[in-house]
Design a binder for this molecule. Structure first.
Ligand SMILES: [Mg+2]
Ligand SMILES: [Zn+2]
Length: 165
């Protein structure tokens, strides 16, 4: 079985300061500590996943292709650093338009990854800056690590690698 680290996107991977919705490459700034932390986690044998709510799509603020463009940009930066993200799961829905099964705190995408990638939930983690990230993690049976928005995740990743958390 595999072990995995799940990450929220906005406020964890990239800064959400000054923007509620981020759908332009020029607004997409990777937070301090992400590159070295994800390298270390990769070297320790964890698969990486991103699970993000993108309700701005349902609201008509931006499109799925905007999201995919931002994700291609992110993946190309990470691949240059030899960091591979297995999947970026995004929920394009919002309850103000229509309910769905995949928006966090629903654990849908985490559970899907656990099945599709044969992941050991007892050895896996989710880092998020919102209570709903932690609710999703716990509902999927993995450990949730709540950070402050845009906090450097290095200390938590070190603890994961050392088995201290
Ligand atoms: Mg967030
Ligand atoms: Zn959804």
């Amino acid at each position: 079985m595999q072990k995995a680290l799940f990450l929220d996107r906005d406020g964890v991977i990239n800064s959400d300061e000054g923007h509620y919705y981020i759908y332009k490459i020029e607004d997409f700034k990777i937070n301090e500590g992400i590159i070295p932390s994800l390298k270390k986690i990769t070297e320790a044998g964890y698969l990486l996943f991103i699970v993000t709510n993108q309700g701005g799509i349902a609201k008509g603020i931006y499109s799925e292709s905007d999201v995919e463009m931002v994700h291609d940009h992110l993946l190309s930066i990470l691949e240059k650093e030899n960091i591979h993200i297995e999947q970026i799961y995004f929920c394009p829905h919002h309850e103000s338009v229509a309910a769905c099964d995949c928006r966090k705190p629903n654990p849908y995408f985490i559970k899907k990854a656990i099945i599709d990638y044969n992941i050991d939930s007892t050895k896996s983690y989710m880092i998020g800056d919102s209570p709903r990230d932690i609710q999703a993690a716990e509902a999927a049976g993995i450990k949730g690590i709540k950070i402050q928005s845009n906090e450097n995740i290095s200390v938590y990743c070190d603890q994961i690698v050392k088995g201290e958390i």
